[in-house]
Ligand binder design. Structure first.
Ligand code: HEC
Length: 140
């Protein structure tokens, strides 16, 4: 019973954290997560997001140029698609193997242990959301 309550409180704290993050990012007041990008994404997508990271030659599929997502989507940033691609857990895998890692799964494994199943999920979403805002900020 006690752990359940703790889990619920944590969920609320993280859900709140996620909405605060999004409000702040929308207002442009807080620097989006450049560090997370550099640590987890730059090896494939390149330091500037142009799809020219160090691992490029070892991949079957060329990493997407992340600075051109808006340009290639009729001038509108494909927010939801980017969120879903990064999270990755809800994508169908009908097109052969996916070279892009499934971050949602990784983050849940990493954070589920500290935050519990519900808190972990909220924390994962906040982390993915942060990356989406970062990618939005590097559009050409
Ligand atoms: C191991 C290499 C690798 C890493 C690391 C990687 N990606 Fe990717 N990513 C790819 C490849 C390859 C694609 C092209 C699509 C595919 O494989 O299906 C891709 C596609 C994408 C897309 C799809 C763009 C579109 O067309 O909608 C987004 C967004 C993206 N990656 C974001 C990220 C973010 C954010 C990170 C870090 C958390 C990351 N990637 C880390 C290899 C990688």
């Amino acid at each position: 019973m006690k752990t359940r309550t703790t889990g619920r409180v944590l969920t609320m704290v993280f859900a709140l954290g996620a909405s605060v993050t999004s409000v702040a990012a929308n207002g442009g007041g807080v620097a989006p997560s450049a560090n997370e990008y550099r640590n987890s994404c730059a090896v494939c997508h390149g330091d500037d997001g142009r799809g020219d990271g160090n691992l490029v030659n070892f991949l079957n599929v060329k990493p997407t140029d992340l600075t051109k997502l808006t340009e290639n989507n009729h001038g509108e940033f494909p927010f939801l698609r980017v969120f879903q691609v990064i999270d990755g857990r809800s994508m169908v895998s009908g097109h052969g193997t996916r070279d892009m890692p499934v971050w949602g799964k990784r983050y849940v494994e990493e954070m589920g242990e500290s935050y519990g199943p519900y808190g972990g999920e909220a924390a994962v979403r906040a982390r993915v959301l942060d990356l989406v805002y970062y990618i939005q900020s590097i559009q050409n």
